[in-house]
Design a binder for this molecule. Structure first.
Ligand SMILES: Nc1ncnc2c1ncn2[C@@H]1O[C@H](COP(=O)(O)OP(=O)(O)OP(=O)(O)O)[C@@H](O)[C@H]1O
Ligand SMILES: [Mg+2]
Length: 624
């Protein structure tokens, strides 16, 4: 008959080895634990040296060091100087608290510790292998050096799971990057087989560390994210790279919560939402979001390696991050070039990067310049793209569209679906002027505006600049009560829609969102037709554009239907590339675009303007 063997309590060393699987997964986990201990010890300098294909790890710090008896105790499980009762878990200001990292590391490697406090004349050396610790007095610098060698020598299964040394070092590099970002005031150095791979100055400036550790390329402009939310007792601080800078993965995105780098779904969600109409789909923003929150409001003890946290009220955190990002993404004054951020004495000073003031718009007569004087005269262009009479009738002038103030409410049938030009003509308005310092110097292929600014040359693409202008206006309209009805146009003859069953279902589901935008529909005997359209589309061949617009939207399965629909209307309504504009229209568009919030990219994430500084142009012509 089967008999259960007698129960025995495992020796500490064996229990640690079993538990090690959770805390010490790989060499990078050892680095993380030892560096966190150094930071908790108040170190201002931390050096991590890696050798023997990531199986020998040495972390040296200039922190407070340990007394001899503390150093011996540190090797015992649940021995910690950082926590005395479970309650203190909720007022933690240290990275460690479990008292298990050192014994765990010692259970899967050979550990040597050299440590000395500032008060002690001599230091202590401890050697630990196979569960035995020996200690003796020694001379050493103040602080602590911990060496873990021959990692996993006694756990062959774990050893066989280790990846190539380059992969393991990649993990180590990443963890040191993250810890350096979380502690900009600490000077970090990472060496691989004697070669320096990462070094930070410990300047205390977040923007500088972001560049030093290499999560930024150096060309990005950073937007200042700062927001203190008294209601929720938390502060959000950091930088995000101004669009169009983004990445294909999330490696450029770091969240720090109470000095701890963590994977934070809440921040990711807020960031992705805030950038959803600024960078292309599937790409991710770059930046560091630092959240300081009352320790009572966050549980850091939900993951063996503490890389996840749980907020008591995650929607409050989400809203605060969302607010901080919203403010950061408004145009100016938060934009700083990395050089400015790094060089500014305070570290977090801001400086505008847009062109400084210059004389008002002036035309040029120089060779190669394609813009002539004269308000509404068509701009001479190289390849004229003549429009048919039909197209001309369908097109409202861009000037009218940009300055459009709706006057006919929905419900008032018009004799034609085309916007009455008299409405805009009846409103005399001042001609738009370019921002100070800008000069329109050319118009290429009826598509690109060449603009001279005080700082260099800017090239703007007409379609996407216009798309952003319309998009922001539509968003503003949706938020203004009562504006909706003014911005829709009833159709004299409803446009029948040819939709699949699936598209119809999607239409029914998103009817409110579409109405918000100005659409309306007639449902009669199984036939759906469009009876009202957003005014922005009234200048188009609406029947086919509405069909195309809705077909795309209803098939795409967007997570935020209304936002996608707004993008789609903006794209349809915007002037196309290749359509010639008059000089006055170009100026009007440039000035409207310049006054638009979030003007760097179109709602789909493409950059609207390219900029070549004098310096860059000079370097391009003088490459040596
Ligand atoms: N570099 C160091 N400088 C000074 N004291 C240290 C250092 N490393 C460890 N210690 C001491 O050893 C103790 C045990 O460290 P260990 O990492 O095992 O546990 P912990 O940091 O308290 O908690 P956790 O297991 O969550 O990391 C610490 O509480 C600290 O007192
Ligand atoms: Mg620790």
């Amino acid at each position: 008959m089967f008999r259960m063997p007698k129960i025995v309590v495992l020796p500490d060393h064996v229990a640690s080895q079993i538990a090690a699987g959770e805390v010490i997964e790989r060499p990078a986990s050892v680095v993380k634990e030892l560096v966190e201990n150094a930071i908790d010890a108040g170190a201002t300098q931390v050096e991590v040296a890696i050798a023997a294909d990531c199986r020998d790890i040495r972390v040296a710090d200039n922190g407070c060091g340990m007394e001899p008896d503390d150093a011996v105790l540190a090797f015992q499980r649940h021995a910690t100087s950082k926590l005395k009762s479970a309650d203190e878990l909720y007022s933690l200001h240290t990275l460690g608290f479990r008292g298990e990292a050192l014994p765990t590391i010692a259970s899967v490697s050979k550990v040597t510790v050299l440590t000395r406090t500032a008060q002690a004349a001599n230091g202590t050396r401890l050697d630990s292998a196979d569960g035995k610790v020996t200690a003796r007095e020694t001379g050493c610098a103040q602080g602590t050096v911990i060496e873990a060698t021959d990692l996993f020598y006694n756990v062959p299964a774990r050893l066989s799971f280790l990846k190539k040394a380059t992969t393991e070092f990649g993990h180590i590099h990443e963890i040191v990057q993250l810890l350096a970002i979380a502690h900009p005031g600490v000077m970090f150095q990472l060496l691989n087989h004697g070669e320096v791979v990462l070094r930070t100055a410990g300047s205390g400036k977040l923007a500088q560390v972001m560049q030093e550790v290499g999560i930024l390329g150096g060309k990005e402009t950073l937007l200042d994210v700062t927001h203190a939310d008294v209601r929720y007792g938390l502060a959000v601080y950091g930088y995000v790279a101004r669009p169009p800078h983004c990445r294909g993965d999330r490696r450029g995105l770091v969240t720090i919560v109470n000095n701890r780098p963590v994977k934070c779904a809440v921040t990711y969600k807020a960031l992705e939402y805030a950038f959803s109409d600024l960078i292309p789909k599937g790409r991710h923003p770059l930046g560091v979001i630092t959240i300081t929150i009352d320790p009572k409001e966050v549980d850091v003890n939900i993951h063996p390696t503490k890389k996840e946290v749980k907020y008591r009220n995650s929607s409050d955190v989400y809203l605060s991050v969302q607010n901080a990002l919203k403010q950061a993404l408004q145009p100016q004054p938060g934009a700083i070039s990395i050089a400015t951020a790094v060089n500014s004495a305070a570290g977090e000073q801001t400086a505008r990067t847009m062109p400084a003031a210059m004389p008002a718009y002036a035309t040029t007569g120089s060779a190669g310049a394609m813009v002539r004087e004269g308000a509404d005269s068509p701009v001479p262009h190289t390849d004229v793209n003549p429009r048919s009479t039909h197209q001309r009738i369908q097109q409202i002038s861009l000037r009218d569209q940009l300055a459009y103030v709706p006057a006919v409410p929905a419900g008032a049938p018009l004799s034609s679906p085309i916007v009455d030009p008299a409405r805009s003509a009846s409103k005399p308005r001042l001609p738009a002027t370019l921002p100070p310092g800008w000069r329109l110097t050319g118009y290429l292929h009826n598509t690109y505006f060449l603009v001279q600014t005080t700082e260099g040359l800017m090239i703007v693409e007409q379609h996407i600049a216009h798309e952003r202008v319309i998009y922001e206006r539509l968003l503003a309209q949706q938020k203004t009560p009562g504006r909706l009805s003014e911005n829709a146009q009833r159709l004299v003859i409803s446009a029948p829609l040819n939709l699949t069953a699936e598209q119809r279902a999607c239409l029914a589901e998103n009817l409110d969102a579409l109405k918000q935008l100005g659409f309306d529909f007639d449902f009669q005997e199984g036939l759906i037709s469009c009876s009202q359209i957003p005014l922005e589309l009234a200048t188009k061949d609406y029947a086919s554009s509405v069909q195309a617009n809705l077909e795309n939207l209803l098939t795409a399965g967007a997570t935020d239907f209304q936002l996608e629909a707004t993008k789609s209307v903006a794209c349809q309504a915007a002037i196309k590339d290749g359509m010639p504009l008059s000089e006055a229209e170009i100026i009007e568009l440039l000035s409207a675009w310049n006054n638009t919030p979030r003007k760097d990219t179109c709602p789909h994430g493409r950059p609207i303007s390219l900029f070549f500084s004098h310096d860059k142009l000079f370097k391009m012509f003088h490459p040596d």
